[in-house]
Every structure is written in C-alpha cells, then in structure tokens.
Design a protein around this ligand. Structure first.
Ligand code: DGL
Length: 288
C-alpha cells in the first residue's frame, strides 16, 4: 500500500483508488503528439475526466540531453500533479518515457503508464526481418530502446531513425500550415532499407507526433510497410489499471494545459476541438 498524499487516501501501488465517479487521467507530452494517445484513451474510458498537458515551453524534447530532460519533466510533473491531482498519468511521449519513467515512479505515488518504441510487435509482425524504429533523435539513442531491441528483436535487422524535424512538421500540419512532401519524405526515407533481396516491411511510429501525419507518410513511402502506432495498446494498458467505471452522468469536459502558450494560438484552437478539447489553460513554466 502507498499513501497518496495528494488525494489523501490509501491504495495499492499501481492501481487507481476506487470509488471515484470520474477518475482524473493526465495525458502528458512535450507538445501535441500525445493527442494521438489521448483520443484512444478517451475512447477506452469515456467516464474519466481528462487533462491533456503539453510542455510546449520546452518543445521539442528530442533535442535535450538526458539529465536536463529528466529534471525538466520532474519539474513540470510536480506542478501538474499538484494542480490537477490525477489518479493516473499517461506519459504520451517516447522521448520522455524512455528516460524519465523510473524517476517519475520514484518521486510520485500516482501510477504512470509510459509510451515506448513498439519493438516487440514490430519484430512479431515482420516477415522480411528488416524493421525500422522511427523516433526522435533522443529516443533512438536511449539505452532503453537498445535494451528493447536486444530483448525482443534479436532475429531482426533494426534500423534506428532519429528524425530531427518530423515532430515539428507534424505539429505544423496539425496547425494547418503547409508542410511539403519533400520535407516529410526526407525524414522517413532512411527507414526504407533494401538488403540481400529483402526490404523493410515494418516501421514503428515511436514518437506520438507521427501518427498525426500517418496518412501522408503512407502515401510517401517508397513501398508499402506496416506502420505501428502504439496508442490503442497504451489506452488498453491505462484502462486495465483503472477500477470499473461507475459514472452514470456524462464525463466532465477535457481540459488542455500548456506550459508555454504559443501552441495554443494560431490555428490550433480548431484542431484541439476536433480532439474534444475546448477548454484551454496556459500555466506558464518557462524553460529558464
Ligand atoms: N511526442 C514526443 C515523443 O513521443 C516527442 C516530440 C519531441 O518533443 O521531440 O517522443
């Protein structure tokens, strides 16, 4: 048992305290990529009260060194947990999860569900045994990712592709800005490998931003591959840690929180509405 100081209740570590009409779930990312997980999470638990938090003051996370990123994430999470008292947190960001989950779990009593590269399903789905992990430069460098490959994809040739700009391009596309095919193709081209008569047949979308432009990536691919988006599996994992829904009244409106605010401007209000987010709060937490 652990004491949850925020909720002032006792519960078993790893599960949400029971008896809440509308449990609060915090979905966290550096930016808007976590929306691809958020939409699956809402489908899985429509009774929950969702808070979507984007640390846009620090976007993109892919450029940070590991120690600075852990420090930043702990600082932001401290604020979010004290403001919103979530019953469960979904870290909808590979770049954050692959480095900060142990520190988050050590610091806070609330259960965390992470998002990490879908190496195991990719290896299981591949016929050619050539798979690619498409992520941020941070995610593909992590020891966590290397360990997943050693454990689950020993029989495959795995190409790690750290796309420097793809997360930002996906955000721009969501905002309604023009993003060229050439720019998108340059980011994904290294995923497509031909070797000894074999070709890559599975690509993992290991940054939650990438499914935002999945249709375009599919069209631009030099040949068809299976793209793996882990969002539905993350939503299932989240739901499995929550007690049965008891609400009979509609779930409260989801809230979007930004640490910077730039992202909440421009064409974004309309895009956020399409994800069911119409209440937007800016809670500034500048990087320096
Ligand atoms: N959405 C994030 C991920 O899943 C990262 C984007 C970034 O901040 O670099 O890795």
């Amino acid at each position: 048992m652990r004491v949850d100081l925020l909720a002032g209740t006792l519960y078993q570590a790893g599960t949400v305290p029971p008896m809440k009409q509308h449990p609060t779930v915090l979905v966290f990312d550096s930016g808007l990529g976590g929306l691809t997980v958020f939409r699956e999470a809402v489908k899985a638990r429509p009774d929950a009260r969702f808070v979507y938090a984007a640390d846009d003051a620090a976007f993109p996370y892919g450029r940070f060194d590991e120690a600075s990123l852990v420090t930043r994430i702990l600082t932001v999470m401290e604020r979010l947990i004290s403001r919103h008292a979530p019953d469960l947190v979904v870290v909808a960001c590979n770049t954050a999860s692959t480095i900060a989950l142990p520190a988050l779990r050590a610091r806070f009593a609330v259960p965390f569900v992470g998002t990490v590269p879908a190496v195991k399903p990719a290896a299981e789905a591949s016929q050619s045994r050539l798979i690619s992990v498409l992520g941020t430069p941070g995610t593909v460098k992590r020891e966590y990712t290397a360990a997943l490959i050693r454990e689950f994809a020993a029989g495959c040739d795995v190409t790690l592709v750290g796309a420097p700009r793809l997360a930002a391009l996906a955000e721009a596309a969501l905002r309604g800005d023009a993003v060229s095919d050439a720019d998108l193709l340059a980011e994904i081209a290294p995923c497509f490998v031909e070797k000894g008569g074999r070709r890559t047949d599975v690509v993992t979308l290991s940054c939650t931003h990438y499914p935002l432009v999945r249709d375009r990536l599919e069209k631009l691919a030099p040949w068809p591959v299976r793209w793996i988006d882990p969002a539905p599996a993350i939503a299932r994992r989240m739901a499995s840690l929550m007690p049965q829904a008891i609400a009979t009244d509609p779930a409260p409106h989801a809230l979007a929180v930004f640490t910077g605010g730039q992202m909440a401007q421009d064409g974004l209000g309309a895009a956020l509405k399409t994800f069911g987010l119409d209440a937007i709060t800016i809670d500034p937490l500048p990087l320096h």
